[in-house]
Ligand binder design. Structure first.
Ligand code: NAP
Length: 272
């Protein structure tokens, strides 16, 4: 199996568990190639391993989404939501073929930001956001398939996938959504209203954002990439034509990550 390896943080390379993993994979007949910064995996790659946390997985997903190469997260720290596998479990699964490949929806935007990191790859696995760039509050008009919502007056707005529901959207009070749910989440950031809630919409929805601000610019983000755009920019967002192929070893890992990373259900009554 031709296996490309993306390592998010270079210091992780020295981890003992990793050198054991590479040895096991080589002994099992895998051909390993370690990607340098900015390098993309060869077209004939069978799998990409992303070593690091969920943040590293976002960068790895950019290297393979749309290319039909599945990516597996190898996590050295706390369990993540995107990167959820311990090195010890990875070799056994890869060599025995005991894993499944799931499809994760990605977002696409039509906006031109002037930042090549976004314009050359206008996709996101977690979310797109708009955020105020100055002191003034941001007004955001949202249309869903042409139907206008009341204006949000807030610090910003998040359009998130199911995968992104446990990331920024969660901090803005958005719902936790199981990854296989075919929905998008519209979450305002610090809205100046008592009566606004995050909204869950079908992932077939075409979303358009128009902003009002006294400031000339607003911040636009695509996962871990950022641009400053004129505040009168119109932004179209929908689900991308391709999805991310993600290797899954165990369906219950999402609940494990909720407990381990976000301390879900931490309650003295739940201590066994
Ligand atoms: P970062 O600021 O260095 O770290 C962001 C944190 O979000 C890390 O702890 C990362 O986990 C975690 N994370 C990323 N994707 C996640 C997911 N799908 N589910 C649960 N946790 C997730 O930034 P980064 O590493 O470049 O990641 C960019 C992401 O940060 C954005 O896509 C956005 O969702 C998130 N973010 C969150 C806030 C907030 O919550 N207030 C603000 C800005 C950005 P690891 O530690 O495992 O890498």
């Amino acid at each position: 199996m031709k296996t490309a390896i993306y390592i998010g943080k270079r210091e992780a390379e020295a981890e003992k568990g990793l050198s054991e993993l590479w040895n096991e994979l080589r002994a099992g007949g895998c051909e390993l190639s370690f990607l340098e910064d900015g390098e993309e995996p060869h077209e004939d790659t069978d799998m990409l391993l992303s070593v690091g946390g969920d943040g590293s997985f976002l960068s790895a997903s950019k290297l393979v989404a749309g290319k039909d190469i599945p990516v597996m997260g190898v996590n050295l720290g706390r369990l993540g939501f995107l990167s959820e596998n311990r090195p010890a479990a990875v070799a056994a699964a890869m060599l025995s073929g005991e894993y499944t490949v799931e499809s994760r929806a990605m977002l696409r935007t039509d906006v031109h930001t002037g930042n090549d990191a976004i314009d050359s790859w206008p996709y996101a696995l977690n979310e797109f956001t708009v955020h105020r760039a100055g002191a003034a509050m941001l007004g955001v008009d949202v249309t869903l398939d042409g139907v206008q919502l009341p204006t949000y007056w807030a610090d910003g707005l998040i359009i998130s996938t199911s995968s992104g529901s446990t990331a920024y959207s969660l901090s803005a009070g958005g719902p936790i959504v199981l990854p296989e749910s075919r929905v998008l989440i519209v979450s305002p950031i610090a809205p100046h209203n008592l009566n606004v809630r995050p909204l869950v919409v079908p992932d077939s929805t075409q979303i358009v954002l128009r902003m009002h601000s006294r400031d000339e610019k607003v911040v636009f983000t695509a996962d871990n990439r950022t641009a400053l755009i004129p505040s009168d920019t119109e932004i179209g967002i929908g689900v991308a034509q391709f999805s991310l192929k993600r290797v899954q070893l165990n369906r219950s890992n999402f609940i494990d990550a909720l407990t381990e990373k976000l301390f879900w259900g931490e309650d003295v009554r739940n201590i066994k």
